[in-house]
Design a protein around this ligand. Structure first.
Ligand code: ADP
Ligand code: ADP
Length: 223
């Protein structure tokens, strides 16, 4: 069964120059896939990720996520779908600087209505999985770049999203730390049966994924 079905997706940015960022794109993603989207700068990678992440709406075409058409939803339904189905990892971790690793991972769980006790239990388990058992009480400025990105990974997984989206998830890390993050994501993908979609411009990172989708001028050119 497909977790994502994209049909004839077009996005034209109407502000500015009227750029056609996505041009009639078709794509399906199976549940549990570990895939990367790669392509030159300006090819539409971020735009496609924003559509899959229900962060922006297309000009035309449809996106089904787990059978739900997210392109015809109201704003309220979109935010419900985003919170229920998606986890995000960004290039910069965006952790809250005044909170510990544990508190940062607990935050989305508390927002989703979990009790403090339950949130702490889940956050501790996730931080163990990303190998930060002994860093739970450290704040972001007391952790390395790689460690902070692992906290961000744990936070993205907190509410057990069906799909984890990474926009250049290792973009600010050296190649050694990047490798470690990709290995971690792959391990989590296998163990949690979640779908991972990672945008990168780095061929070496893309090569670590199961499937590579290549974009040029808003179209998929090959896989
Ligand atoms: P990539 O992530 O592959 O670098 P993007 O999806 O960011 O590509 O951009 C695709 C095209 O859409 C580019 O030509 C870019 O300039 C344009 N674009 C992206 N975001 C916007 C926006 N908010 N407004 C206008 N044009 C945009
Ligand atoms: P990683 O490979 O996970 O990114 P590093 O090699 O960058 O880790 O960091 C090695 C050790 O240095 C880590 O145990 C980390 O806790 C510590 N460290 C890195 N940056 C800082 C910092 N700004 N403040 C305190 N400790 C740090």
């Amino acid at each position: 069964p497909n977790i994502i079905e994209i049909r004839d997706l077009t996005k034209i940015y109407t502000d500015g120059l009227g750029v056609k960022a996505l041009d009639g794109l078709n794509m399906t993603v199976k549940r549990g896939e570990f895939l990367s989207i790669i392509g030159p700068s300006g090819s539409g990678k971020s735009t496609l990720l924003h559509m899959i992440g229900i962060l922006d709406t297309p000009t035309s075409g449809t996106i089904l996520i787990d059978g739900e058409n997210v392109t015809t939803m109201s704003d309220r339904e979109r935010s419900r779908a985003r919170n229920e189905m998606l986890g995000f990892i960004f290039q910069y971790h965006h952790l809250l600087p005044d909170f510990s690793a544990l508190e940062n991972v607990m935050m989305p769980l508390l927002i989703a209505g979990k009790s403090k006790r339950e949130a702490e239990r889940i956050a501790r388990d996730l931080l163990k999985e990303v190998d930060l058992e002994d860093r739970m009480d450290h704040r972001p400025n007391q952790l390395s770049g790689g460690q902070n990105q692992r906290v961000a990974v744990a936070r993205a997984l907190a509410n057990s999203p069906k799909i984890v989206i990474g926009d250049e998830p290792t973009g600010n890390l050296d190649s050694h730390s990047s490798d470690k993050i990709y290995e971690l994501l792959r391990k989590l993908n296998r163990e949690h049966d979640q779908t991972f979609i990672l945008v990168t411009h780095d061929e070496n990172m893309a090569a670590k994924t199961e499937r590579i989708v290549r974009l040029v001028d808003g179209k998929i050119v090959n896989e």
